[in-house]
Design a protein around this ligand. Structure first.
Ligand code: DHB
Length: 309
């Protein structure tokens, strides 16, 4: 039994897409919904539609991927409309990712989602690394606190945040303390891509993506240990909040590791981009096989039970 129930959300299995991958158009969202994924999350939206950064802006790399998409999306009204027409009784919960260019944009979008009163959860993105000249809010603790205090003034429903990766225990503790002061913040998704890496192709002696002179967010194998550290640390430090794991999941093994580190559910990014929606059935079956072999019947049997030495 791979099912998971959290915040009133019931998922047949813990796997879904990482926001940004296969979720920009209705057709892509429908493809995730039609797959073996346990839920669906939309591409981070902004107030107005955006073309995003110049191409090439995604590249496969030896151990994962690098991207600098620049928030290409159809504008929040498109995703609001998708959510209004979504079959919320399908058994595949819908999450909506929101990533305004400014606090005002975020508040406007959140009010619209609040007023629509749909049975879907917001994932507020505090961590887009690919907008030239714009810092990630998640790396500024005071700014994160300010954004969240303004958000909860207008948005009275349970919601979550997508966090960037942190690399220092002091930063885990500082961000956890900010997040713990917001009771309606019910979950965090760890992690967004590891920002501003540089992949070099030795044959062409060149960068592999065009924006920001080649800098982009890393995903895939490169980020798994960082993702696991963030999942484990936030699971320990947050009071009564769920952690959704994201980063480096390409088989049942990494999904098992994320859940062992404390994840309630897990998202698949690079692997979904490379393999397509068929990855969900494969990873689900591999996770089930690992559990069978270890004698675990449910995810709760091992969730958060990572041993230390
Ligand atoms: C983009 C990348 C992100 O990591 C994110 O959180 C939001 C948007 C992007 O480049 O489109």
């Amino acid at each position: 039994d791979l099912s998971v129930s959290w915040l009133g959300v019931n998922m047949e299995n813990p796997l879904y897409n990482a926001s940004g991958v296969m979720c920009r158009s209705r057709e892509e969202l429908d493809a995730v919904a039609a797959s073996a994924a346990g839920a669906v999350v939309t591409k981070s939206c902004t107030l107005s539609p955006r073309e995003g950064n110049p191409e090439p802006r995604y590249a496969r790399a030896p151990h994962g991927s690098i991207n600098s998409m620049g928030l290409p999306n159809a504008g929040y009204e498109y995703y609001l409309d998708y959510a209004k027409n979504y079959d919320h009784a399908s058994g595949k919960p819908l999450f909506v990712s929101v990533s305004g260019m400014t606090l005002e944009e975020n508040l406007t979008m959140l009010k619209a989602f609040r007023d629509a009163d749909l049975p879907c959860l917001v994932e507020l993105n505090l961590s887009c690394p690919n907008l030239p000249g714009k810092a990630q809010i998640g790396y500024d603790f005071a700014a994160s606190s300010h954004v969240l205090s303004e958000v909860v003034k207008v948005y009275d429903k349970p919601f979550g945040v997508k966090l960037p990766p942190y690399f220092d225990p002091v930063h885990f503790a500082e961000m956890a303390s900010v997040l713990n002061s917001f009771p309606s913040l019910k979950y965090v998704t760890c992690i967004n891509s590891v920002g501003n890496g540089l992949v070099i192709d030795i044959d062409s002696e060149s960068v592999v993506i065009k924006p920001k002179a080649g800098l982009g967010g890393l995903g895939g194998d490169y980020v798994l240990p960082t993702a696991l550290a963030n999942v484990r640390e936030f699971s320990r430090l947050l009071d009564g909040k769920h952690v959704i794991g994201c980063g480096g999941i390409k088989s049942g093994r990494e999904a098992f590791m994320h859940i062992l580190a404390g994840a309630t559910a897990v998202q698949v990014g690079t692997c979904l981009y490379e393999e397509g929606a068929g990855c969900f059935a494969r990873i689900r079956d591999e996770l089930a096989a690992i559990m069978e072999e270890k004698g675990y019947r449910t995810l709760a049997d091992f969730r958060g039970k990572l041993l230390t030495m």
